[in-house]
Write a protein of this length. Structure first.
Length: 140
């Protein structure tokens, strides 16, 4: 697995629920933001993916909530890819407050879909390696 990529986020008031906690769906948005930020840092844009005829897909996501987040909290959202031998890969993410407190751990299973056949490509790692300016960010 690659050393985790990270991006900072500030919890905004409109993202909180009636108890003042970060709404559960926003954790997924933060994770998605970190994943797209990693792609961008590696030199892969949405246009690059579409031009190549592929797109990332989420197949499974699990969130383990550990501590509440409140408006104004500063967090770091990490993202690390773990590659196997098949058509899928795992993404491990942590949302951590600046004091080191882990607020949530997110594990996802993803794939890379051929946009013409609507099927997963057989070797997503190869595609990311070929598309990226810096494949090291994906642990390749």
């Amino acid at each position: 697995m690659a050393e985790p990529f990270s991006v900072g986020v500030t919890v905004r008031g409109y993202e909180t629920d009636t108890q003042g906690h970060l709404n559960q769906s926003v954790y997924l948005q933060y994770a998605e933001h970190a994943r797209w930020s990693l792609l961008q840092a590696a030199g892969i844009s949405q246009k690059t993916l579409v031009d190549r005829g592929v797109g990332p897909v989420a197949l499974e996501t699990t969130i383990h909530f550990q501590r509440e987040l409140l408006a104004g909290d500063e967090v770091e959202v990490t993202c690390a890819f773990a590659w196997g031998e098949g058509k899928t890969f795992r993404i491990e993410q942590t949302i951590r407050k600046t004091d080191g407190t882990v607020a949530a751990e997110i594990t996802g299973v993803g794939g890379l879909m051929d946009l013409n056949t609507r099927r997963l490509v057989t070797d997503p790692r190869r595609h990311f390696d070929e598309l990226a300016d810096d494949a090291r960010l994906f642990g390749i």
